[in-house]
Design a protein around this ligand. Structure first.
Ligand SMILES: [Zn+2]
Length: 313
């Protein structure tokens, strides 16, 4: 039996796995090296993940597993694939700390619900997270004690390039003009750039700098974690810079002298008709833009114990 993975080009295969929620699929990649294959990301730890990976990897000698970031659709089946292959798992240090903080921490769901409430999210919308998080939690089997990956290191000839923004610890791999981008660069959807508790203070600022870095890299091909391959990565990075410039302007235009919470501003930016999970993403995305505006001098934040609000500066 041989793998049915899709060939992208010499030495690069793509395995696409299903997701129960949008965008419905996640791409993982297999990179061929001198001593075997490197698997980049693992999909969600669905109940049949191990059997599925046994089929996908048939005939391939996987020597290492790189985790690009700790979101469920990337890290979720890491422990399963490690058990299956015996391969070494590599993950950024900051990313693994956040992985433990979020997925290995029974206190986390209450912590993040409190944080959403402080940002003005109605309790029904915030509390739904507890139920959903409970279901999702069983699909996340991250690998414990991974080998730390450092910026600039080489993994079988691929350079580790940090691209913080979508996740604080987001890592990409770069070689011969190919950027394995995971969720740093996507098309046609744009990567979610959200602010979360215990995360770096200015994820949008981080992301804009990562997009500039992408343009400098001048890759000929970027391979994202969702959606289509990107044959003009620098052009896509410029589009995303423009997308956030426009959204920052709309965020600024939503502010006045009257204090508004991140939730209230999100109603302006993303409309009023969102399901709870989508609303929480919208609020996190709104907050990353509000915090960038605060740093640029275009907004002011007032922190109170029960509510965080923003005004035009
Ligand atoms: Zn993803």
């Amino acid at each position: 039996m041989a793998t049915k993975a899709e060939r992208i080009e010499d030495g690069i295969l793509r395995v696409t796995l299903p997701l129960p929620s949008r965008p419905g699929h996640v791409h993982t990649y297999l990179l061929e090296g001198d001593d075997g294959w490197t698997l980049v990301d693992t999909g969600l730890g669905l109940p049949d993940a191990k059997e599925r990976w046994a089929e996908e990897l048939a005939g391939l000698d996987v020597r290492r597993i790189v985790i690009t970031h700790m979101h469920p659709d990337h890290v979720g089946a890491a422990a399963d694939v490690r058990e299956l292959t015996g391969a070494e798992v590599l993950e950024g240090e900051l990313d693994y700390q956040q992985c433990l903080l979020v997925w290995g921490n029974p206190e986390w769901p209450a912590r993040i619900v409190t944080w959403f409430l402080r940002n003005g999210v109605p309790s029904a919308v915030a509390n739904e997270l507890l139920e959903v998080g409970f279901i999702y939690g069983s699909f996340i089997r991250y690998a414990e004690a991974p080998t730390p990956l450092h910026a600039g290191a080489l993994v079988d000839g691929w350079e580790v390039v940090p691209m913080p923004g979508h996740a604080d610890g987001q890592l990409c791999l770069f070689k011969d003009g190919v950027l394995v981008a995971a969720d740093h660069l996507l098309t046609p959807i744009s990567p979610a750039i959200g602010l979360y508790p215990e995360s770096r203070p200015d994820p949008l600022g981080d992301y804009l700098a990562s997009l500039e870095r992408t343009i400098e890299l001048d890759a000929r091909l970027a391979l994202g974690g969702h959606g289509a391959r990107i044959d003009d990565p620098s052009g896509r990075a410029r589009e995303l810079l423009e997308h956030h410039r426009v959204r920052l302007a709309r965020t600024a235009a939503s502010l006045s002298a009257e204090p508004r919470s991140g939730y209230e501003v999100s109603l302006n930016l993303f409309g009023r008709e969102l399901k709870p999970a989508a609303r929480r993403f919208a609020v996190a995305e709104t907050l990353s833009h509000l915090e960038r505006l605060v740093l640029e001098g275009g907004a002011a934040r007032a922190d109170a114990d029960s509510l965080v609000t923003y005004t035009a500066a």
